[in-house]
Design a protein around this ligand. Structure first.
Ligand code: NAD
Length: 256
């Protein structure tokens, strides 16, 4: 379905981004990957699906590096047809104790990076008459939790940006939508599981059960594969007129 298209997924060396990259590659899209940590392993997982894979190591807190990454993607494959703004970090603390440098980093990486990548990628999509921008927000773009001020602020902002991007391109073939996962067991969440286990002196399994039990009625983690399938839907012809939605896949979290 996506053969000949190019997808750029930020933060695709791990977790949800890697799951979305693999789902798009399975539909034939060439991939530009991004993110820190091990690069070769995730690249090989995507390349094994039979598509071309490139990588750019832009730090998503740096606008100039984001622009360079979009330009690199165009040099490699012609243009970016599908942009998935996914890179993100977390820090958990009450507002009065929240480190200012963590606030700045979360706002830059989880929110402003989506603006910078979108503004750089949009003109080529508009010229081509087709494009998909998918912002990985969170249930925390729809509702709040204590001790996540920067994250909740950034994710609410991303949903606002999603709506504006969708509206400004509403008469074109360029759509923009947000995905709002509940708990997904990636390294970002494992850290919170570890902190709960250590803080309460309980096992890792018990900490996972408690984390799910507090928020997610299904008592199940959403998977990167399920989120990848939602991204594929947004890219499909059935998604042509889906514009500006914030679609939660959250086991019933925000239905409560
Ligand atoms: P993860 O830690 O597994 O992956 C994060 C990715 O972002 C990694 O590839 C990492 O290298 C990259 N990254 C971090 N800082 C970066 C930077 N400055 N520049 C470039 N890349 C950077 O986490 P994840 O759970 O897969 O999170 C992916 C997205 O999903 C995030 O936006 C997160 O907020 C969102 N999300 C996660 C959950 C969850 O439960 N895991 C729920 C809702 C939303």
């Amino acid at each position: 379905m996506l053969k000949g298209k190019t997808a750029l997924v930020t933060g695709s060396t791990s977790g949800i981004g890697l799951g979305i990259a693999k789902a798009l590659a399975a539909q034939g899209a060439n991939l530009v990957m991004n993110g820190f940590g091990d690069v070769e392993g995730p690249k090989a997982e995507v390349a094994a699906l039979g598509v071309k894979v490139a990588y750019h190591g832009a730090d998503m807190s740096k606008p100039a590096e984001i622009e360079a990454m979009i330009a690199y993607a165009a040099e490699q494959f012609g243009r970016v047809d599908i942009l998935v703004n996914n890179a993100g970090i977390q820090h958990v603390a009450r507002i009065e104790n929240f480190p200012v440098d963590r606030w700045d980093a979360i706002i830059a990486i989880n929110m402003s990076s989506a603006f910078h990548a979108t503004r750089a990628a949009l003109p080529a999509m508009q010229a081509a008459g087709w494009g998909r921008i998918i912002n990985v927000a969170s249930v925390h773009g729809l509702v709040a939790s204590a001790e996540k001020s920067a994250y909740v602020t950034a994710k609410h902002g991303v949903i606002g940006l999603t709506k504006v991007t969708a509206l400004e391109n509403a008469t074109t073939g360029v759509t923009c939508n947000a995905i709002c996962p509940g708990w997904v067991l990636t390294p970002l969440v494992q850290k919170q599981v570890d902190a709960k286990a250590a803080g309460l002196g309980i096992s890792n399994d018990e900490a996972k059960k408690q984390l799910l039990g507090e928020k997610e009625p299904s008592l199940q983690f959403t998977t990167p594969e399920e989120l990848g399938a939602l991204a594929v839907f947004f890219c499909s012809p059935a998604g042509n007129n889906v514009r500006g939605v914030a679609w939660n896949m959250d086991g019933g979290w925000v239905a409560q």
